[in-house]
Design a binder for this molecule. Structure first.
Ligand code: 9WO
Length: 235
């Protein structure tokens, strides 16, 4: 899979991709990443990427032209490898991201991640160049880079070979549409609190049953909306 980020702060991506599962997947050649800085696609001496909003108001907006040129450069680079990207912009007005959408987006061979800064992007650029807007939730950030990295992380861990066997087994929990069960490690008693006895029983059938029941109990208590959907999936 190929990821290209349009971003004023390319170093933010290194901060995540250099570590852990995402780093190992990159080393294994499971994905490629390139960043494109709109500032490199300006032609004025100040390398201007923002301007004031028509109609007034506080803050600055990202200019359409440097973003358009950066997108063209990414698209051309991808065309050289016979790839046509799906262009995603991150905004609270977008489609809420969930694991089902992650599994669908995994089928795309190339994603371009358009990361806004300041108060946002000239609407005409979004209208002309964006295929899909994605939201991680109803809150405001300082830029689209963290949502872009969250999506990348969710996708990369799904790529075949990204996880080792132990990590893959844990994966199954969310795919059933339930919350994960509680987990315990040593010591057996910590600050007067015990580990549930069944987990120390060695009875694997009883442990599996307990874990499933705890998943259902937690989901019903904390996220009943998920339980409704999980039941729909079973029928
Ligand atoms: C911010 C915003 C707030 C209310 C309604 C629509 C909105 N769009 C944006 C927006 O596109 N902001 C740009 C990206 C520029 C400013 C920082 N950005 C941003 C993205 N803030 N918050 C997000 C975001 C993205 C995905 N999920 C949650 C928040």
């Amino acid at each position: 899979m190929r990821f290209d980020a349009i971003t004023l702060f390319p170093e933010l991506f290194d901060a995540v991709l250099d570590y852990g599962i995402t780093r190992r997947a990159l080393d294994r050649g499971l994905y490629k990443f390139k960043s494109w800085n709109p500032r490199d696609f300006t032609d004025d001496p100040h390398r201007t990427v923002d301007d004031r909003p028509y109609g007034g108001g506080p803050g600055m907006l990202m200019l359409a032209e440097p973003l358009d040129r950066a997108l063209n450069a990414a698209r051309q680079d991808l065309a050289n490898e016979d790839l046509t990207p799906w262009v995603v912009h991150f905004s609270p007005r977008g489609r809420p991201l969930n694991q089902r959408r992650v599994m669908e987006l995994k089928q795309k061979s190339a994603l371009v991640l358009l990361c806004g800064r300041y108060e946002g992007i000239d609407e005409r650029l979004l209208q002309k160049r964006v295929d899909e807007e994605i939201s991680l939730g109803d809150f405001v950030l300082s830029g689209g880079e963290l949502p872009a990295l969250a999506l990348m992380d969710a996708l990369i861990r799904q790529l075949p070979g990204a996880l080792n066997d132990a990590e893959s087994a844990v994966q199954d929990s969310f795919s059933h549409g339930l919350l994960d069960c509680p987990h315990y490690t040593r010591p057996e008693v910590w600050q007067g609190m015990d580990v549930p006895a069944v987990l120390k029983s060695g009875n694997h059938a009883a442990i599996a049953k307990w874990r499933h029941e705890e998943s259902v109990r937690l989901t019903a208590a904390l996220r009943p909306d998920l339980l409704d959907r999980a039941q729909q999936n079973e029928n």
